[in-house]
Ligand binder design. Structure first.
Ligand SMILES: [Zn+2]
Length: 315
């Protein structure tokens, strides 16, 4: 199946400083992995532009968007907490990542292809409406989902987040919204320190109650635990929701080799996880899926994991 690639070398220009896990080499590892697996030539690059401030404000407070711009211009090197770093180009790079995710949605909605993989950074799923957090400045997946609702009139968008960490930012944006199903499978809070949320009893609020699904896994969870959780909880939730579009917050930090979590997936795991999600959603989405890179810091096997994921997108 045709799959679009969203990538620009300017994504390497967000410089978090020395010895930071969210480094530009992550994207090089992802692209090398796609090349080594013989997949790069099967992906169709598309052009895209930086998201405008009002597009970032689909989910972020306008004052926060202005603040990120100002802090980059003024030479600040972090925002919110010390681990979320800035350089002079970070606003533009983060807005380009959000613009790439939106362009992927536009192309998929236009029928250019049914699937897209966004090899973007910085990641987005911890970014709140008014706050940077956990290496994330703008919430790429949330902006894409809101763009699909407002621009394309979709009434049911599912976001499945398989990053090792709970996507607290995405949950926060949509927790009272019944039009976006947010599903996160991640290491249990308490076992992993960050971000501290994502318990199973966080199910959404008000009209959004029942449209947030958190599946926390214990330290050391691997294929067997993922398979059981996906089959018992996530696939039935997708089928009940009948999404018109599936967005994936594709984090690869649940790899056993990734020091940032205590989960135990192998690169191959991301192939079958992706296949399972697509099989459940395709009936409703017509095969439309946009995958957006989140975390993944084990440079020696991140590329192999991303390649398994993209191979499954290609079908
Ligand atoms: Zn993560």
């Amino acid at each position: 199946m045709a799959c679009l690639l969203i990538y620009d070398r300017r994504f390497l220009d967000h410089d978090p400083g020395r010895a930071h896990p969210e480094c530009p080499q992550r994207l090089s590892a992802v692209l090398d992995g796609l090349r080594s697996a013989g997949l790069a030539g099967r992906l169709r690059p598309i052009s895209f532009r930086q998201a405008a401030a009002d597009q970032l404000a689909l989910v972020h407070e306008p004052a926060y968007v202005d603040l990120v711009r100002l802090m980059c211009d003024e030479g600040f090197t972090s925002i919110g907490s010390d681990d979320t770093r800035l350089c002079a180009k970070s606003y533009d790079v983060a807005a380009l990542a959000a613009g790439g995710a939106m362009a992927a949605c536009d192309a998929v909605m236009a029928g250019t292809a049914r699937r897209a993989f966004c090899a973007v950074r910085p990641p987005g799923h911890h970014a709140l409406a008014d706050q940077a957090m956990g290496f994330c400045l703008f919430n790429n997946a949330a902006i894409a989902a809101e763009h699909l609702r407002r621009r394309h009139g979709l009434e049911r968008v599912a976001i499945v987040d398989f990053d090792a960490h709970h996507g607290n930012g995405t949950q926060s944006v949509f927790e009272s919204c019944a039009s976006v199903l947010y599903v996160s499978i991640h290491e249990r809070p308490g076992s992993i320190d960050f971000p501290g949320s994502g318990q199973a009893d966080e199910v959404g609020t008000g009209p959004g109650r029942g449209y947030t699904l958190n599946v926390p896994l214990s330290r050391g969870a691997g294929d067997a635990e993922y398979r059981a959780a996906i089959e018992r909880e996530i696939l039935p939730a997708l089928r009940r929701f009948r999404p018109e579009m599936l967005l994936l917050s594709a984090g690869f930090d649940a790899l056993a080799a990734d020091a940032i979590s205590h989960l135990a997936l192998e690169p191959e795991s991301f192939g079958w996880i992706t296949e399972q999600l697509l099989t459940a959603a395709d009936h409703y989405t017509g095969g439309r899926v946009v995958s957006i890179l989140e975390g993944g810091y084990a440079l020696d096997c991140l590329g192999a994991a991303a390649a398994r994921h993209v191979a499954a997108l290609l079908g």
